[in-house]
Design a protein around this ligand. Structure first.
Ligand code: MN
Length: 443
């Protein structure tokens, strides 16, 4: 990943809100979403965030400010999903990034500034939808700290399964129940085996959890039977989002042997609306390595570029905003914070593993990283870890409550951002979801 002038931390936009310290969407970020004015019947279309505004790419594509590959890219963003743009691949993604940067920078020609200003829509006025047509959604399981923490709950004598350190493991999830941030969902019903009970019971989930994850979107796909080598994996990755893999632990732990998660995971997955591109993340790449005394990746999962900069330092945090917080006007409780850099496998290794047997990924597919838990207990990315499987209630600041699992009315907010000395801070915005009460009956 080469850095260029679009990563210059000193670059400024003519839009003042993009230059504000701590802004998620400065000139160096330029993330993509699908939006329209909230409550309107406007067509959904692609947009790029800048400061507190959205650049309407359908409107931009209809004008004459762009040309060549960049114009082709903007036209591919004008519809109600970004698949056509993602399919174009890195040359088009880079051309549009560079063209937008030129139009939005402080020293852009005054006529261009005025023309772009006329097609901005305030972020505060918009609503979002899932930004691609997701054909398939796969969720990985690539934090060794999460695997050990959860493994201790399920299998105290043998927390880490023997495959974990050899391959990025995953399950195939449901694309149909992926929702955009802000969409509430009902507490699911399902079957669980209560501790010590001889037979399972059927009812609303009693152990509802969140999972702090990131997602990444597939750009150009691969043909069935043609694996993507590790050296080419990132050519197939457009960008990343925040992802919450809501989990019904009581249902999950009863049903998932021997085939894996089913109803425990398939009722809802939330994603942040904005996709931060791999280009924008380039300044935050970090080396990848397994500890020297642990299994090293097999050759098809190993490579010089992946070792040098396979990781990404994305700071992440989880906030809990309960009904009590809202009633009292209290600040949300921060459940945990960590970084994506601690993950045991990289996004390139995940994509290559997914295809190595011949599976074809398709443009717009969503791949989740699995829960992101850091090395210390406070960095755990799920409440089942923080509460030690429900045995240790967590004190919630601001409301005087405790939690072992999520309750009705709880809103979980994921946030992500990158920052480091000498580099422009960029943010992901947030991924928010509220737990609604279960249906009174499902029969
Ligand atoms: Mn998950």
């Amino acid at each position: 990943m080469n850095l260029d002038h679009t990563h210059d931390p000193l670059a400024r936009s003519w839009l003042a809100s993009a230059n504000a310290p701590g802004a998620d969407f400065p000139l160096q970020n330029l993330p993509y979403a699908v939006f329209r004015r909230a409550g309107s019947t406007e067509p959904w279309r692609g947009g790029v965030a800048l400061g507190d505004q959205v650049v309407d790419l359908a409107a931009l594509a209809a004008g004459t400010l762009l040309e060549g590959v960049a114009a082709q890219g903007a036209r591919a963003c004008a519809g109600d999903a970004l698949n056509d743009f993602l399919a174009l691949g890195r040359p088009a993604w880079r051309a549009l990034r560079h063209a937008l940067f030129a139009l939005l920078r402080q020293d852009a020609p005054a006529t261009a500034q005025a023309a772009v200003r006329a097609l901005l829509v305030p972020l505060a006025d918009v609503e979002y939808r899932v930004p691609t047509r997701i054909g398939d959604y796969t969720d990985f399981y690539t934090s060794i700290h999460h695997a050990r923490n959860v493994g201790r709950v399920i299998r105290p004598d043998n927390p880490l399964t023997p495959n974990f350190q050899w391959l990025p493991i995953a399950y195939h999830g449901r694309a149909s129940s992926v929702v955009v941030s802000g969409t509430p969902f009902r507490r699911p019903w399902g079957q669980a085996l209560p501790p010590g009970a001889p037979t399972p019971s059927f009812g609303p989930c009693k152990r509802l959890d969140y999972e702090l994850e990131m997602g990444f979107y597939v750009g150009p796909g691969n043909a069935q039977g043609e694996p993507v080598p590790l050296t080419q994996a990132e050519d197939h990755i457009f960008g990343m989002c925040l992802l919450n893999d809501w989990s019904a632990r009581d249902h999950q732990f009863w049903e998932m042997n021997p085939l894996g998660p089913f109803l425990g995971k398939n009722f809802c997955t939330s994603i942040s609306p904005w996709i931060v591109t791999m280009e924008a993340l380039a300044p935050y790449r970090v080396p990848f390595a397994h500890p020297a005394d642990e299994p090293q990746p097999l050759s098809y999962l190993d490579g010089a570029a992946n070792r040098a900069e396979g990781g990404i330092d994305v700071r992440l945090e989880v906030l809990l905003n309960t009904a009590q917080h809202r009633a009292r006007g209290a600040a949300p409780h921060r459940l945990s914070a960590t970084s994506f850099r601690h993950q045991y496998w990289t996004v390139a290794q995940m994509l290559t593993q997914h295809t190595v047997g011949g599976c074809n990924l398709q443009t717009g597919d969503l791949l989740g990283t699995g829960t992101i838990s850091g090395p210390t207990p406070e960095e755990a990315g799920a409440i089942v870890e923080l509460s030690a499987g429900g045995r240790q209630p967590i004190a919630i600041s601001g409301s005087g409550e405790t939690r072992t699992f999520l309750e009705d009315g709880d809103t979980v907010v994921l946030r992500g951002w990158c920052e480091a000395p000498g580099r422009a801070r960029i943010g992901f915005g947030e991924c928010r979801g509220e737990v609604l009460p279960a249906l009174a009956s499902v029969t």
